[in-house]
Design a protein around this ligand. Structure first.
Ligand code: C3B
Length: 839
């Protein structure tokens, strides 16, 4: 992979092009020009936001040069392309990332300084596109970065939600949701392409008709039609010229204004259709890992999938490729089951709209799709009632029946008539009402099925998808998740980036395996000193943020113990808070106790309808209130909940962590990706043998990882022999005291009813086995505290964690997808100017 050949030099002799040049003088000129001609402002009247926009357009111009060239090359070469279908893309702010990937961060910083502006302040002005809930959406964003950086032709397809994930406020300790109006001030990173709009049908009925050759075909007469308008965002790779496309679809009415209704005097009726059509892409469903059988959600899924596949067909026709080559032109990845309807939709397009026969259409379909499963949680498995499904997608249901009939015939052929097995494998669930099982459709319609960490893939094959594994084991594989070091180290932690680069050069940014080379410095006192200094500065930064956003003052020299992620029972934020209460009680009982001072930081959103998760947020804040104002406790313990966790707010967090909390019940977290971001930035992990924790521990070494808790086997065995959580409570005085305090109103101004649902749940059912894991967790935390006191040992462990995280770059994950699933090669992009050799 070549370094980019950026055009022009600021020699003073030759003037750079204002739209592409990257010298400081050129950047300043371009910036002021954009302020004037795009924002329509001059400096005296400009707001910070105007300056942000002017800078965004300055950077966008430099992207466009690469984007247009990339599109030209892909079109000219008819390149094999990855289409990544995802209902969520949690991209985070674009500006900073684009500066890094263009390699112009320093020049731009200097240009802004010379104009008496602060780049940091301008970066803070960007509204982040929060078009995702959590891990799954952010993984899609990391993968787009790696795909572009590895020069793989890619289209990301998704939904342009007008309102993304809600903004979280904390009022009186409770989560309050606020609409995310991210498009309010415009979005400089997208370009609408109304010329490529497509129509999407819904509802109605089907009928048979004879085609020109006298053969029967099916026609779908819909009840309504919605237009899909694509909005494109360039996704630039790191120091390459490749700029791929994220294409998000917005729903509009075909005729935005019904003149007939208007002429009848019905003004509201005239805009009705516009309103209902646009509702389709209004808002992201804020549920993480729980499906809700809502019609609008199925409409969203079908809408973007149909838009995407029609768009791919358009591209094939324009490139004059025969449709029989669909699977050669496109490798389509289904990011969980949200886009699984694509299997039936591609069949429909090939059969009904392009008059292909079933067998070739089915062969193409299966060769086209790959399916990534992201969770084993039963509440996440999507199934749609036949009633809803048939009313919305009548033709697709017919196709699914046909797929199912043919599939079950093969099952009978292989296994004989084993009705139990057939019932379990069927695409239709008939156990309790009738439902279409989306995971089954995805499995049958794909040639590869992958889990997202070794343990997760193993459990998929042994449990959730066992019957499919027995039927076609060759389809199954594992690809452990990864995260992009560009956003999660270079952009988030510039100081650490400079230290590493000063020792081993900057090749590690593209090849994270290389970061291993800092291992030789792990015990070097000078290096350790600098490592510690950087961590401290990053902690001071977060301490300032916490003070600003929560009013809580924390000690940057205390151990920063951080858990940031969606709030979910299986992730066990409440186990962490039991530790906080235990520490508090220990200090209260022995006021002179010499403990390692800690700051416990929490952040994360709860799904608005997830009552227990919201109660956990309230509990964290209630414990924080008592602990933080207790004079006996002082600086030895602080508990803080940072509101509105999102990509932007998370970037300073990972670099400031000493300890990363990855404490899910074994077997529940498919992979985790926050665990990787922390360890890359030198945090040590306290964690269970769950998801990618296992692989992280193997990579960094067991001696550099704080392990505790039940294994997946233990969890299963304990469940089988009868788990009685109350016994742990009764037999453990520390645990009993903590739970009794919560129940008695100690943290809720005497209110005994507030946390009762949570307490009852823990004592009676405890579905995630906090009671069983409590003491091992407390003991392990004690070890953490001890180790932290040995500064040299801790620093060595911290350095080794970063050094050994090479495997967890999303570049490695994407290389595996390319080789094992997509069979796609890089297509390097040269700029026109490079090819002709002139400026
Ligand atoms: C998440 C899982 O919970 C994480 O373990 C995993 O690291 C990420 O996906 C990425 O693979 N996940 C999610 O965020 N939303 C879902 N609906 C399902 C899984």
């Amino acid at each position: 992979i070549q370094e980019p050949q950026l055009q022009g030099q600021d020699t003073g002799m030759q003037c750079e092009d204002d739209r592409t040049g990257i010298g400081v003088e050129t950047l300043k000129r371009a910036f002021l020009d954009n302020l004037f001609y795009v924002q329509g402002k001059f400096p005296a009247l400009a707001t910070k936001h105007d300056y942000y926009m002017a800078l965004a357009y300055t950077v966008r111009d430099r992207l466009l040069q690469r984007w247009v060239n990339t599109a030209a090359i892909y079109t000219q070469e008819g390149s094999r392309t990855v289409a990544y279908l995802s209902a969520e893309f949690l991209m985070g702010p674009h500006l900073g990332n684009n500066l890094i990937n263009l390699g112009i961060y320093n020049q731009v910083q200097q240009a802004m300084t010379e104009l008496k502006l602060d780049l940091k302040e301008l970066l803070a002005k960007e509204e982040e596109p929060g078009l995702g809930n959590g891990g799954l959406g952010r993984l899609a964003a990391c993968y787009l970065d790696s795909l572009a950086s590895l020069e793989i032709p890619t289209l990301g397809y998704g939904i342009r939600y007008e309102f993304g994930i809600f903004d979280q406020l904390i009022r009186n300790g409770w989560q309050v949701e606020k609409t995310d109006k991210w498009l309010r001030y415009g979005n400089p990173w997208e370009i609408a392409r109304p010329e490529w709009a497509v129509s999407v049908k819904f509802g109605g009925r089907t009928e048979a008709h004879k085609n020109a050759q006298g053969r029967y075909r099916v026609r779908w007469i819909p009840h309504k039609v919605v237009l899909g308008i694509p909005y494109d965002t360039p996704i630039l790779g790191y120091k390459v010229n490749t700029a791929n496309t994220l294409r998000l679809w917005k729903a509009e009415a075909p005729e935005s204004f019904d003149f007939e209704a208007f002429n009848r005097g019905n003004y509201y009726g005239a805009v009705d259709q516009k309103v209902t059509s646009e509702n389709l892409t209004k808002v992201l469903y804020p549920n993480d890992e729980t499906y809700e059988g809502k019609q609008l959600r199925l409409e969203q899924q079908y809408f973007f999938v149909s838009c995407a596949l029609q768009d791919m067909l358009r591209i094939m026709l324009r490139q004059k490729l025969p449709l029989e080559q669909f699977h050669e032109k496109f490798a389509v990845q289904l990011n969980d089951t949200h886009p699984a309807i694509a299997v039936a939709e591609l069949m429909r397009l090939l059969l009904d709209e392009h008059e292909m026969d079933w067998e070739p259409a089915w062969e193409i379909t299966q060769k086209t799709f790959g399916y990534t499963n992201h969770t084993l949680l039963p509440e996440a498995l999507e199934k749609w009632s036949l009633k809803l499904f048939s009313s919305l997608l009548p033709r697709h249901l017919e196709i699914i029946y046909e797929i199912n009939w043919r599939f079950l015939e093969q099952v009978r052929h292989k296994f004989g008539t084993d009705e139990g097995r057939i019932g379990r494998l069927s695409l239709i669930d008939e156990n309790d009402g009738k439902f279409v099982r989306m995971a089954h459709l995805a499995c049958v319609g794909s040639h590869k099925i992958n889990g997202v960490a070794a343990l997760h893939s193993e459990l998929l094959q042994k449990t959730t998808l066992l019957d499919f594994y027995e039927f076609f084991p060759e389809k199954f594989t594992n690809i452990t998740n990864g995260v992009t070091p560009r956003r999660w180290i270079v952009l988030s932690n510039p100081k650490l980036t400079n230290l590493i680069t000063s020792c081993i050069g900057d090749n590690w940014i593209k090849h994270l395996e290389d970061v291993q080379r800092i291992e030789t410095y792990a015990e070097d006192p000078g290096f350790q000193q600098e490592w510690q200094q950087i961590k401290r500065e990053n902690k001071v930064n977060v301490a300032e943020i916490l003070l600003d956003r929560t009013g809580v003052k924390v000690d940057p020299d205390s151990l920063f113990d951080i858990q940031v992620k969606r709030i979910h029972q299986y992730k066990r934020q409440h186990l962490n808070i039991l530790h906080a209460i235990t520490l508090y009680n220990q200090i209260k009982q022995n006021p002179n106790l010499d403990i390692t001072p800690r700051t416990l930081i929490f952040a994360g959103k709860a799904a608005p309808g997830y009552y227990i998760a919201k109660l956990i947020i309230k509990l964290i804040n209630s414990v924080a209130e008592v602990v933080n104002k207790d004079r006996d406790i002082g600086d030895r313990l602080k508990v803080v909940f940072l509101p509105d966790y999102n990509v932007k707010n998370s970037q300073p967090i990972y670099p400031a962590a000493d300890l990363s909390e990855q404490i899910s019940t074994a077997g529940k977290e498919a992979s985790g990706t926050g665990n990787m971001k922390f360890a890359m930035n030198g945090a040590l992990t306290i964690g269970t043998l769950d998801g990618a924790n296992i692989e992280i521990r193997n990579a960094v070494g067991a001696e550099n990882f704080f392990l505790f808790g039940l294994t997946t086997e233990d969890v299963g065995a304990l469940r089988l022999t009868g788990y009685r959580p109350r016994e742990y409570y009764e037999q453990n005085p520390q645990l009993k005291q903590a739970i009794d305090q919560i129940a008695s109103g100690y943290f809720s101004h005497g209110d005994r009813s507030l946390f009762k649902p949570l307490v009852d749940l823990l004592l009676d059912k405890d579905p995630f086995m906090l009671m069983a894991d409590y003491q091992p967790y407390i003991d392990c935390q004690q070890q953490v505290s001890q180790t932290y006191r040995d500064r040299d040992r801790w620093l060595q462990m911290s350095i080794l964690n970063t050094a050994r995280m090479g495997k967890f770059s999303s570049d490695r994950a994407i290389r595996e997808y390319c080789q094992q699933i997509w069979k796609v090669q890089p297509v390097p992009v040269q700029l026109a100017a490079e090819k002709t050799g002139d400026g």
